[in-house]
Every structure is written in C-alpha cells, then in structure tokens.
Design a protein around this ligand. Structure first.
Ligand code: NAD
Length: 490
C-alpha cells in the first residue's frame, strides 16, 4: 500500500530515490506551494537508462501473457487507489472531481485494454520454397515525455504500449504536474521488474537530456508543437524513433438544421472540458449564419450556469488554469481581443485578485478569420465563434490551419454531416459527438499536430522494429555423400 503522504520520490531501478536539487509544486486554485519535488540530475537519468537497458534483457523475452498480467496488476492498483489519486490530481492539476475520475479510472481501463492487444507474427509467405515472417520486436528503451493537462492518462498512454511490446521506459512528467506520476511510480515499484518502469521528475532540461541520450531508442512525446519540433531535431543523434502528439486548433462545424438549445451543452463541453486545456478541445466554432444568433444565445445562457472554482469544492465544474506561464499566455488572448475591439458575448473580464489562476469562460463574437484567437492555440477558456454560409467555404476555412489534430461536425442531415466530415484534414473527426476515445482507435495528428499515433495496433507498432526473417527451404549446404567419404589428402 502506497502512502499518499506529502513525500515525493522518483522510481529508479526499482528503488525510490530523492535528489539533491528540488523544486516546488503549486495548487493552481490557491497558488500555494503544496510539495517539494526531486529535480533529477543527469547522472540519475543515466542511472535510469542503464537500469532500463539491463532490465530489457529479461523483459523483452517475457511472454505476452506475462506482460498482460503486469498491466492488469497495475490497473488493479490504480483502481484501488483511485480516490487518493483523484484528490491529488485535483490538488496539483486543478481539475474538478468529474475530470479527475475520468482520468484516473480511464488510466486503469487503458492498462486493461492495451493488455488485450498484441502484434502476432505476420506470415508473408509460407510454401515449400520459402517461409517469410515479419515479427514486431521491441525497440529497447523508450523515453516518455508528458504534458500537464492529463498527466496520469497520457503517461499511461505511453507506459502501457511500451511495456506490452516488451520495451522498458523512463517517464518524465511535466514539471507542473509531477505528483500523481511520482506516486504511480511508487505504486508500481513492486509490481514491475526493477528497471522496466522508471519515473523521474525534473524540468524542461531533463526532457532535452532524454531526447539526446544515446541509450534511449525512442521518444514518445506529448506537448506543444514547437517543443515537438525541438524534440525531433534533438532525436536525430541516434535516429530515435518518434511519436509526437502535439497541439491542435480543432474546428467544429454546426449545420443550420440543429436545435441550438439542444446542442449547446455538447458544444460548450466540446470547447471547455478540462477548462479548455485539452489538445482536442474545439478551438474554433463555425455556426451557420441562419442559427448563429440563436446559437450564441443558447451558449451564453448555458455558460452562465457553469461554476468555475476550486476543483476540490463539490459543485465546481471548471477549475483554474494549471500554471502561471499558461495563465500569462491565456491573458494575452483576452488582451489581444480587447485591443482589437472584438466583442465578448460572455466573460472577457479577468479578476486578477482571484486566489488562483482563474479565467472566466469567454465567447468571442465572430472575430476575423485571421485573428490570433482563431489562428493560434490559446489552450484556455476563450472560444471564438464564427459565422458560415457556404459549405465549401467553411470546409476550406476549417482546413486552413497548420494543425490537424481533431474536428467535429454537428447536424441532423447525416449525409451532409458525413460529406463534410470526410473532407476535414484531422486525425480524428467526430460526427454528432466529441471526445470519444478508445484503446482500439488510432489517435494522432495530421500536419503539425504530430507524427505517428497512439492506441490501437497501429500505436503498438510504433514501439517495435519490423524484423523480417526469411528461410529458403530448398537450399542444402550439407556435405554430399561423396564429399564426406573422400579423405582429405595431406
Ligand atoms: P510543453 O511542450 O511545454 O511540455 C511538454 C513536456 O515536454 C513537459 O514534460 C516539458 O518539461 C517537456 N519539454 C519542454 N521542453 C522540452 C525540450 N526542449 N525537449 C524535451 N522535452 C521538453 O507542453 P505543455 O504546455 O506541457 O502542454 C500543452 C501542449 O500539449 C498543447 O499544445 C497541447 O495541445 C499539447 N497536447 C497534445 C496532445 C495530443 O495528444 N496531441 C495531448 C495533450 C496536450
């Protein structure tokens, strides 16, 4: 049983470890310091990698059943500690109970569902002449780098497939949300062979050291697009394999045949779930001009019912912005809208004296297509709502972005909904629903939203090398009878 006390340690080579350097962790709802976190040294990263490389000798030879058993044990342990994880997640990340529950129970589900997936050998040819088999063998040591919006879930999205395919992993949480991940390491310490799962905390520099480390074979990274580009450059040293899950600017297109009042709650949560600190949040809402005013009215009325506050209070639906730099960034979008005279349909005024990094739910009324709030990724609760008239035009506007993570279409004319959906350039397009994920569904970004994917057999494959073995069954290189009987002359 792990003690969820206020003492946080890393897990290196199956042992708990502190560090000579530390940094503080804050509760974003109160801006108060809540814990002291180890700041790993380069030597401690080396130790993780050495231990993972040693563990790989045994773990890569383990059977699928043995790996699945470990993941199922992890799922059980997460579930048994769910209440304590949820409370800690709310405290460090800011998300209210419902969001914390989705993330923690979702992490247990993911362990179980990934444990059911494996990559059998592919028999390419099997006839009297030749057998050709492609196997999917583990890469070695994976470095998992995680952001602060879904710290536990996105760590599990890397740990589960890495372990299931026979790799060992070193996980680095965001410096802003390390606490649950460190407790996860402590919890799994005796469930996983030493060195197979190492959890190490530190700042962005630790991430850089991981991406250049010659002992790491793959980086599984989730974070900002600009950081993703740095990762790609640094990973070139030893041609590390890469999965990059990056930023998004997801459009949602609303057709004129919907009832605004009926769809408003769905659209609201599409944009504001996790306080809009969500890669897949709707970040541009295109509403047909025939229903635009009515839709805006419904959204505003709904927004006014939603309680923003400290996630630890029972009736809170949206928490604070997770950290100070992100708060500063979100404030810039408010200021940019004000400076340019865009109208706020609701929200818009930030109470800077609030105890935490709070920003009000804000809808921007039809800002220009090239405004910052439309083009960039605010990653905070400020949503631009725009009008459209022509179908081809709105598809072109939705696709006119360097991002391509997700998109959604909402309407009663299912033919139109599907026709539009098929033309949207994004890794996941949701039709009349949003944020439905599954461990069996490939998830990844087009364009600058990423490289490769997570989840499903496609995601598992990203943790493997293709290992093609060919056997020529006709060849015979043994000695002939005559050759065996003829003595070698001196
Ligand atoms: P970030 O890029 O600032 O940080 C992510 C992680 O990278 C952190 O652990 C950080 O310490 C580390 N890091 C920072 N600089 C690094 C470097 N040079 N080399 C290696 N590692 C480095 O991102 P964030 O602010 O924590 O997260 C928000 C971003 O993540 C948003 O853009 C969001 O859209 C994106 N995101 C994407 C997905 C997805 O699946 N596509 C999911 C969640 C979040």
């Amino acid at each position: 049983m792990v003690d969820f006390n206020n003492h946080y340690q890393m897990t290196i080579d199956g042992r708990l470890a502190t560090s000579s350097q530390t940094y503080p962790a804050y509760n974003p709802a109160t801006r108060t310091e809540i814990a002291t976190v180890p700041d790993a040294s380069k030597e401690q990263l080396d130790q993780c990698v050495r231990s993972a490389r040693t563990a790989f000798q045994g773990w890569s030879r383990s059977t699928i059943a043995e790996r699945a058993k470990v993941l199922n044990t992890m799922a059980k342990a997460i579930q048994e500690n769910a209440e304590r994880f949820m409370a800690l997640l709310t405290k460090e990340q800011g998300k209210p109970r419902a969001g914390a529950e989705w993330e923690i129970l979702g992490s247990a589900i993911w362990c179980r569902e990934i444990a059911k997936q494996s990559l059998p050998d592919e028999i390419v040819q099997d006839d009297p002449e030749r057998t050709v088999v492609t196997r999917f063998t583990p890469l070695g040591v994976v470095g998992g780098i995680v952001p602060w919006n879904f710290p536990v879930f996105l760590a599990i999205w890397k740990i589960a497939p890495a372990l299931m395919t026979g790799n060992c992993i070193v996980i680095k949480p965001s410096p802003f949300t390390p606490l649950c991940t460190l407790k996860l390491g402590e919890l799994c310490k005796d469930l996983v062979p030493p060195g197979v799962l190492n959890i190490i905390s530190g700042g962005d520099d630790l991430g850089k050291w991981m991406t250049t480390h010659p002992g790491i074979d793959k980086i599984a990274f989730t974070g900002n697009t600009e950081t993703g580009k740095h990762v790609m450059r640094s990973a070139a040293g030893n041609l590390k394999r890469l999965t990059l899950e990056l930023g998004g600017n997801d459009p949602a297109i609303v057709l004129p045949d919907v009832d605004p009042e009926a769809v408003a709650p769905q659209l609201f949560w599409a944009a504001f779930q996790n306080n809009a600190q969500f890669c897949n949040a709707t970040k541009r809402l295109y509403v047909h001009e025939d229903i635009y005013d009515e839709m805006m009215g419904s959204l505003v009325r709904y927004a006014r019912t939603v309680k923003v506050g400290d996630g630890s209070e029972a009736d809170t639906q949206l928490g604070p912005i997770q950290n100070q730099p992100q708060y500063n960034k979100v404030v810039e979008y408010f200021e940019d809208c004000q400076k340019n005279g865009y109208r706020f349909a609701v929200g818009g005024t930030i109470d800077r004296a609030a105890p935490g990094w709070f920003v009000p739910v804000t809808l921007v009324d039809n800002p220009p297509e090239d405004s910052r709030v439309m083009v960039e990724e605010p990653f905070g609760p400020i949503l631009p709502v725009a009008k459209w008239r022509d179908e081809l035009d709105v598809i072109a506007r939705a696709n006119n972005t360097r991002f391509g993570l997700g998109a959604s279409v909402w309407g009663n004319d299912l033919e139109a909904v599907q026709r539009i959906g098929r033309q949207l350039q994004a890794g996941t397009v949701w039709l009349n629903e949003i944020h439905q994920y599954s461990a069996y569904q490939a998830f990844g970004g087009h364009k600058e939203s990423g490289l490769g994917c997570e989840n499903s057999l496609h995601g598992l494959m990203e943790y493997t090398n293709w290992h093609t073995i060919t056997l020529n069954k006709k060849a015979h290189y043994g000695r002939t009878e005559a050759a065996v009987q003829t003595p070698v002359s001196a």
